[in-house]
Ligand binder design. Structure first.
Ligand code: CP
Length: 315
């Protein structure tokens, strides 16, 4: 494996889950593996969990890390090939990725969707250009369309807390005042396709995700029907994929509340964070014993560590 762009890059999903479980039990069992190796971490967008957990994962493996906020600290990058660079961009991705490959052993990159140009976002221009021109492995720390490390952490969370062999898991759209990307939801759907579960997506009309990703999923527009019998409620906002990047509704009818959680089979509540309290979900749900949000955040270390270990093992 040379890159982790989406979960489709992973061959043996079950083995990776087992690796995460093992690393969570013994985080420092492989400190010699990353000795004298360096992880580069580039952020084009803000982060709390990804920034810290990825560095912690590397340190657990004995690696050094260097973090750069590329938008503020780097040269403006050019991604077009053959272009006359007499405008605002100062450095071509071919040189930038080549240079970073001299300094690092693995490179991790966060570059969100623009939500303006659907075709460009779907092409994952930033992340795939790094993958194309770097000579070292690339890890996606949330790109335009995918957040695989979040989905792997969520898979570990569900595996840890599931009470039946085939739990019912519901991905429920929630309101949000800002237009957010579909990346987390896309990766959660991809991950659920690989797990043994009854999986349901519920969202208002107009909020269908990319049909190429959701093609195997059950989709309900009735949130109550979706919640009935659920063992896990995973809530997330995303902007419209059809009317790309648009917010189609601003009411709070789809917000998760304690009343709605009573429709479920005493379900656990999940969210990747950050979350807007009392907009996406009521705070009493976030503070209830059923909320797994901190467990999900903790598991981010072990999803990153499992992927880094895979790259180091294969080096
Ligand atoms: N869930 C997640 O990726 O959090 P950050 O954006 O804070 O990294």
């Amino acid at each position: 494996m040379k890159q982790l762009i989406t979960l489709d890059d992973l061959q043996d999903f079950d083995a990776l889950i087992e690796e995460m479980v093992a690393l969570k039990k013994q985080p420092f069992a492989h400190t010699a593996l990353g000795r004298n190796k360096t992880l580069g971490v580039l952020f084009f967008n803000p982060s709390l969990r990804t920034r810290i957990s990825t560095q912690k994962a590397a340190q657990n493996l004995g690696m050094h890390t260097i973090v750069m906020n590329f938008n503020n600290e780097g040269w403006a990058l050019e991604f077009e090939d053959g272009v006359l660079m007499n405008g605002t961009t100062s450095e071509h991705i071919k040189e930038a990725a080549g240079v970073l490959s001299q300094y690092f052993d693995v490179l991790a990159v966060r570059a969100f969707a623009s939500l303006e140009d659907k075709q460009k976002d779907r092409a994952e221009v930033v992340l795939r250009s790094f993958a194309k021109y770097a000579s070292i492995p690339i890890i996606n720390l949330e790109s335009a369309t995918a957040h695989p490390l979040q989905a792997l952490a969520d898979a570990l969370t569900i595996k840890t807390f599931q009470k039946t062999a085939r739990p019912k898991v519901v991905l429920s759209w929630a309101p949000h005042p800002k237009a957010l990307p579909q990346a987390v939801a896309n990766s959660f759907v991809r991950m659920m396709h690989r797990m043994d579960a009854e999986f349901v997506i519920t969202h208002p009309e107009g909020y269908a995700l990319d049909p190429e990703i959701t093609k195997e999923a059950t989709i309900l527009y009735d949130q109550k029907q979706a919640f009935e019998g659920a063992d896990f409620i995973y809530t997330k906002n995303w902007s419209s994929f059809e009317q790309y990047g648009q917010i189609l509704r601003t009411d709070d009818i789809w917000k998760v509340s304690a009343t709605k959680m009573k429709w479920t089979n005493n379900a656990y509540f999940m969210h990747c964070l950050p979350v807007r309290r009392n907009v996406v979900v009521d705070q009493d749900v976030l503070e209830s014993p059923q909320a797994l949000i901190l467990e999900q955040a903790n598991n981010r270390t072990f999803s990153a560590q499992a992927i880094l270990k895979k790259f180091l093992d294969e080096a």
